[in-house]
Design a protein around this ligand. Structure first.
Ligand SMILES: [Zn+2]
Ligand SMILES: [Zn+2]
Length: 423
């Protein structure tokens, strides 16, 4: 056998599995899971005390290549992902040029083959240049290898364009990943509109901007039969709209670690690492999101990893770009702040990070069933993980979690049977 991980606690919802066992890997695939595998392997790893999950998939990252290689590249971004415990990522199309054509999709896939140790799945733009006017070459990008379409970062304002995009995507069974924002309502805004925006004197972003698009697109999804995935859902009312709309339409949603762990009160520091879109919300919203993550109403946790060059973020709050990095902190944050206190079970964590993203994007991953790709995320539940951005593999440092002391985090990342990162 190629590799055996001995006596780790294996958590795999796809097999209703949570037990201490040996995991045997051969030819890059899971060969068997058994109480004690008798065979010997070329490499054996003592996994006692460690947690073994199906490889985690971050379905929402920005790798910045092509175009902004000063902030991140496919190589540095995927190294950050591997270090953060992720075996696959889906990368958003708002690069320069935008991934709205076969050529850009092919470039990303080719580059990933050359430099990435993990799987990279491109997301294609909904509209040309993500300008919101005419549909991008969705069919050609689909044949080249995109797994979803999205105008993330821009949001499709024209309802008729969104309707056509859903009709067209449905032909290919491609999910539409929706950055929900009515831009008339958020124009000029830099943070959540509420008590803190008023007291700080900063222009607020009305939460209704998100909720209006969630409702609009849920209606269009019902009408067109498209699969709709709400990106970085951030308000209690957006959540209620998704739960309600699910009765009649195929709707899934993701939440980010920062929307689960930080509120708009953090903006009082004026740190530009507290500026992202959607913005940090109220305590009431955060509590609702945490509850829905635990209950299963939220399908996935995704980082919205958005690296920015330090010079771009070292400006006044008003002028800073939106976005923070997330790949190298997400797993520790969720483990320490939500799993350790008993809010999320290990089974739920595995669904949020692995099996549900795989299902939503229709990837042949997210399971440790025999025959599946041997992608494994190994977590050491007792590991001390202080967030130190100077140690990041990412080319950017814009984290709001600097200095946080967390216990539990990635110990090893295995992709198709190969250890691509370990402590
Ligand atoms: Zn977005
Ligand atoms: Zn994004």
């Amino acid at each position: 056998m190629q590799l055996i991980l001995r006596q780790g606690r294996i958590v795999d919802p796809s097999q209703k599995l949570d037990k201490v066992a040996d995991l045997g890997i051969e030819d890059g695939r899971v060969a068997e899971i058994a109480p004690a595998i008798r065979k010997k392997a070329r490499k054996e790893i003592d996994a006692r005390g460690l947690l073994l999950f199906p490889g985690f998939i971050d379905m929402h990252v920005h790798l910045r290549e092509p175009g902004r290689e000063d902030a991140e590249t496919i190589e540095t971004g995927t190294n950050a992902a591997a270090r953060g415990g992720f075996t696959a990522v889906a990368c958003m199309p708002n690069t320069q040029p935008v991934n709205d054509s076969e050529a850009v999709t092919a470039f990303i896939l080719e580059r990933a083959r050359e430099v990435s140790k993990i799987a990279v799945y491109p997301v294609g733009a909904i509209t040309k240049g993500s300008q919101g006017k005419t549909l991008a070459e969705i069919g050609e990008m689909y044949r080249t290898g995109i797994v979803a379409v999205s105008d993330d970062g821009h949001s499709v304002q024209d309802s008729q364009v969104m309707r056509r995009a859903m009709e067209y995507s449905a032909l290919f069974g491609l999910p539409v990943i929706d950055h929900c924002e009515d831009r008339d309502l958020t124009a000029g805004g830099v943070m959540h509109e509420g008590y803190y925006s008023t007291s700080l004197g900063l222009r607020g972003m009305n939460p209704a901007a998100e909720e209006l698009h969630v409702v609009r697109d849920a209606i269009l999804a019902r009408q067109t039969g498209a699969r709709l995935h709400i990106a970085h859902l951030s308000t209690r009312r957006s959540l209620e709209a998704v739960v309600h709309a699910r009765k009649e339409a195929a709707i899934t949603c993701e939440v980010t670690p920062h929307h689960l762990l930080l509120t708009d009160a953090e903006v009082c520091s004026y740190s530009t690492n507290m500026k992202m879109n959607p913005p940090l919300r109220s305590r009431e919203d955060v509590d609702a999101l945490v509850g829905a993550t635990a209950s299963g109403d939220i399908d996935a946790i995704a980082t919205d990893h958005a690296p920015h060059n330090i010079n771009d973020k070292m400006v006044e709050f008003d002028r800073a770009p939106f976005g923070i990095v997330g790949l190298e902190t997400a797993v520790s944050l969720i483990y320490d702040r939500l799993v350790r206190p008993g809010i999320l079970t290990l089974d739920r964590m595995a669904r949020l990070f692995a099996s549900n993203p795989a299902r939503i994007l229709k990837l042949d991953r997210g399971t440790l069933a025999p025959g599946a790709w041997a992608d494994v995320t190994v977590i050491d539940p007792e590991l001390d993980c202080e967030v130190k951005s100077e140690n990041f593999c990412s080319r950017s440092r814009n984290t709001p979690f600097e200095g946080w002391k967390l216990r539990g985090g990635p110990a090893m990342t295995i992709v198709q049977g190969k250890v691509v990162w370990s402590l």
